[in-house]
Design a protein around this ligand. Structure first.
Ligand SMILES: Cc1ncc(COP(=O)(O)O)c(C=O)c1O
Length: 359
């Protein structure tokens, strides 16, 4: 039976990428050794590292005169601390848009470092920004503004990224939608994203930092927690295999074209939302303005809640896995990252229809 993996991360990889890993596993490009055994100081790894950086620069159309790419470990969770530590400015607070679970975690971390202004964004379910935000923009200069471009658990996203409404610099947690759509990275002071959703496997976090932000001394973090230490991505032994897979994933995205990936992602999500909106059994309570394209959350309508486990079983019987909602919100979640083809969404919709018919 064909299995469709809707896990929120680590998540599905494209078949051609898996096949290439398989083919190269025992002998990495004629080196006679596996990538699993390859030194981070080898010529073979140089090519992977520089190639992965070049792919990201090409996809987002920027140069090293503008921003630097750093591959780090510690996940987005470490960046929740690194960002405020490195970008703090004496006397200026950090502004954080509170849009859901992950931004709240970022806020909690920043609060350990300094003063945080929390702006409740999407509060009414819509894209409206908190009126407090406009007042804040007029009177307050923040060290930076932080947004979570896609809330993986709440199924919400910033539809319009960086359209001039922000007071720069902005810091963006893009863990669950990095390279799923184009954005102007030069408009961000700092962007960070774990690779395990749209870019490969767990173990590496992509950090893109604008050159002017690199000059900030922040709160004089210790050497290890200073971004400048990690330029070149080899201060400590980097996760060679995760960077290798990231290189393959970005090759794959380049071959598809980021515009096409973006369009395909939109079509996949639309298909699922359209079905849910017309259904008598399922519902999605996120306002259209802020619905996520990556993570579609849904519930069973009132009166049918006791069918949750039956539906999960039904999905498993149809080879549809990873659909259980996050423990903090319950319900269901279909993660439709770059590697999920439209056929996976079709299979999901068919199974949902069948369950609706029989219940
Ligand atoms: C938006 C967002 N931010 C942060 C994280 C945490 O990432 P990590 O576990 O790599 O630290 C996640 C993980 O799912 C996420 O989706």
């Amino acid at each position: 039976m064909k299995v469709w993996n809707f896990n929120p991360g680590p998540a599905k990889l494209p078949e051609p990428v898996l096949l290439q890993i398989q083919q190269e596993l025992l002998d990495f490009q004629g080196t006679g050794i596996s990538i699993l055994e390859t030194s981070h100081r080898s010529v073979a790894f140089d090519k992977i590292l520089f190639g992965a950086e070049e792919n990201i620069r090409q996809l987002l159309k920027f140069t090293s005169d503008e921003c630097q790419i750093i591959f780090m470990q510690g996940g987005a969770n470490m960046q929740f601390f690194m960002a405020p530590l490195n970008l703090a400015v004496p006397g200026k607070p950090f502004v954080y848009h509170d849009t859901g679970y992950w931004s709240q975690k970022a806020i909690a971390a920043a609060k350990e470092i300094g003063e945080v202004w929390r702006i409740k964004t999407f509060e009414n379910g819509r894209f409206d920004l908190d009126p407090e935000y406009e007042t804040m923009q007029k009177y307050l200069k923040a060290a930076y503004e932080h947004i979570t471009s896609n809330e993986t658990i709440d199924g919400k996203r910033w539809r319009y990224l960086f359209d001039g409404r922000f007071t720069p610099p902005i810091v963006v947690d893009m863990s669950s939608d990095f390279l799923s759509r184009y954005f102007r990275v030069q408009q961000c002071g700092l962007v960070y994203a774990g690779a395990q959703k749209n870019l490969g496997i767990a173990g590496v976090t992509v950090v893109i930092i604008r050159n002017d932000m690199l000059k900030r001394n922040g709160l004089h973090p210790d050497k290890f927690h200073c971004y400048r230490t990690h330029l070149g991505s080899r201060y400590n032994t980097p996760p060679v295999v995760a960077i290798y897979v990231l290189k393959l994933m970005t090759d794959w995205i380049l071959a598809q074209g980021l515009d096409n990936i973006q369009d395909a992602n939109y079509q996949k999500a639309k298909r699922l939302y359209d079905y849910i909106d017309g259904s008598g059994l399922y519902e999605n309570n996120v306002h259209e303005d802020v619905r996520s394209v990556m993570n579609v959350v849904f519930l069973l309508k009132e009166g049918y809640e006791e069918l949750v486990n039956d539906l999960l079983e039904h999905f498993e019987d149809h080879g549809l896995i990873g659909l259980k909602g996050h423990r903090s919100v319950g319900g269901f979640r279909a993660s439709l990252y770059n590697a999920m083809p439209i056929d996976g969404v079709r299979a999901l919709v068919e199974a949902m229809k069948e369950f609706e018919r029989t219940h």
